[in-house]
Write a protein of this length. Structure first.
Ligand SMILES: [Zn+2]
Length: 500
């Protein structure tokens, strides 16, 4: 060794041999430090890198500052979970309740209300007709609901109902905004005169039905249904034994069901995730159980899957007021409707104009059980006006006067019976009596109920401020009262439906 090493190198070597254990210790310490460093780096990598659910790509810490959505993996996961409640979902055969919100600020109150009872909420619900009347867009309806749900940390399932759709344009308009529940309204194709056509007119109507392709021939209708009986467990048999009645039923609903089939195809094309309701509630006469059976069998034959069906029920479902009619026949017919829905769906029975029908909620809840969907809308607008009545009585008076001036024109397309003379003129009433006359009595409620479109679009205060702006301003300033009146009123709906 001496021949190869210089003296200082020898000194270093000797020193290394002497301090070898100490040298090894240093090496191990360095290794531990390195291992710790690598571990920390890995944790850092895990924390700051991952799959971005919005960019749909993996990103690293170096990319994070330039990634538009780049967020730590955990945050991305949290956001994905949030997105799940941020978007409407399918509610299927669970009992559900639609909260229409024409002003776009009622969802917080609806959230409070739906804690009562056990029905799943539909927080975004607007019909194509309401959209036109309020000059809103499906996007706006959806955004208002979503913003409120985000602010109130809603984490449950909720639905979005594109209500009373009549055309392909309606379907595509709502589908583009993310709606998932599509209510087909084929009422333009329902032949309301079918029940009293003379024989010649009935034959012409049948010819037209077959020419339009709804059925191949009258013989086909007969061979499908004539003299066939259908067992409804617990409710007996329903049978098509009257040939003329069968043909009148086919004339009444045949074209409408064929059109519903066309609309269902449009819906499937426009929305990958969807559920469908068929509404035949806006016909001139109540849907008889036999007519419902015909519709259910035709839906099945044409492979149209619906999650709910809205018949027109016995009695009067006028806007904004309680049910008018006898309870026993209503319950008996409802039992048959539910039995048909259970046996030939299953699908839910949908109750339209479902606001304020307190007399029959326990019956509806008891008879329908889980196969129930209820829609409300105008009643939330009236509760918003209750806030006005209490905190800005002069504005409420102006609105009543505007609505009274519009009522006779606007009532035409609604099922209401009140006349202007049925409600006392508002000028001579004190604020409490005015609230009671126009928000608790049937005539006053109907006058305000059906004029919402004009009030929210064309209506202006004496100071030329749009009513909509004045109402929204008032509701924003008294949000607690607004939420409270909504929660109380809609909560009562849900409690009674669940109490049945
Ligand atoms: Zn309806």
């Amino acid at each position: 060794m001496g021949t190869f090493l210089l003296s200082w190198q020898k000194d270093v070597f000797i020193e290394l041999r002497r301090s070898w254990p100490f040298f090894l210790d240093r090496v191990f310490e360095l290794c531990y430090a390195e291992a710790l460093f690598v571990a920390c780096l890995s944790i850092q990598m895990y924390w700051n890198s991952g799959w971005c659910f919005e960019c749909h790509r993996f990103f690293t810490p170096a990319q994070a500052p330039v990634s538009r959505h780049g967020k730590p993996r955990r945050k991305a996961k949290r956001r994905a979970a949030m997105a799940a409640t941020d978007s409407p979902s399918l509610l299927g055969l669970k009992p559900s309740f639609g909260f229409g919100d024409r002003l776009g600020v009622a969802t917080p109150g609806h959230i409070l209300a739906c804690r009562k009872g056990h029905m799943l909420p539909v927080f975004a619900q607007q019909s194509a007709r309401e959209l036109a009347r309020t000059q809103r867009t499906p996007d706006e309806v959806m955004r208002c609901a979503q913003n409120a749900l985000r602010q109130h940390n809603w984490t449950g399932a909720w639905g979005a109902d594109a209500d009373h759709l009549r055309t392909q344009e309606d379907v595509e308009y709502f589908a583009a905004a993310g709606f998932t529940f599509f209510t087909i309204d084929p009422s333009a194709y329902v032949n309301n005169a079918a029940g009293h056509l003379n024989h010649m007119a009935l034959q012409l109507a049948l010819d037209e039905l077959c020419r339009a392709g709804a059925f191949a021939s009258v013989l086909e209708i007969e061979s499908l249904y004539m003299n066939r009986s259908f067992d409804l467990p617990g409710s007996g048999l329903l049978a098509f034994t009257d040939r003329e009645l069968l043909l009148r039923t086919a004339v009444k609903y045949g074209l409408a069901i064929a059109y519903a089939q066309q609309m269902a195809a449009w819906i499937a094309g426009a929305a990958a995730t969807h559920e469908i309701e068929l509404s035949v509630d806006e016909t001139d006469t109540p849907t008889s159980p036999l007519e419902h059976l015909f519709i259910a069998l035709e839906l099945r034959r044409r492979n149209i899957r619906v999650v709910s069906l809205a018949p027109r029920f016995l009695g009067d479902f006028e806007k904004g007021v309680d049910y008018k009619g006898r309870l026993e026949p209503f319950e008996a017919a409802l039992r048959l409707h539910v039995a048909i829905a259970r046996q030939f769906g299953p699908y839910k029975i949908s109750v339209h104009s479902g606001s304020d029908k307190f007399r029959i909620y326990p019956i509806i809840g008891r008879v329908c059980g889980d196969l129930l969907h209820v829609k409300t809308a105008g009643t939330s607008y009236l509760e918003a006006l209750r806030v006005l009545a209490r905190v800005r009585p002069a504005l409420f008076l102006e609105l009543i006067e505007f609505s009274r001036a519009r009522y006779d024109k606007d009532r035409a397309s609604y099922h209401v019976s009140a006349n202007l003379s049925d409600a006392r003129p508002p000028g001579g009433l004190n604020p409490q009596d005015r609230e009671q006359e126009y928000l608790d009595m049937p005539a006053g409620r109907q006058i305000l109920h059906v004029t919402f479109g004009a009030a929210l679009t064309a209506g202006r205060t004496h100071g030329a401020q749009p009513f909509k702006e004045a109402i929204l301003e008032t509701l924003a300033a008294h949000a607690d009262l607004h939420n409270e009146v909504l929660a109380r009123h809609l909560g009562r709906h849900l409690e009674l439906l669940s109490a049945g």
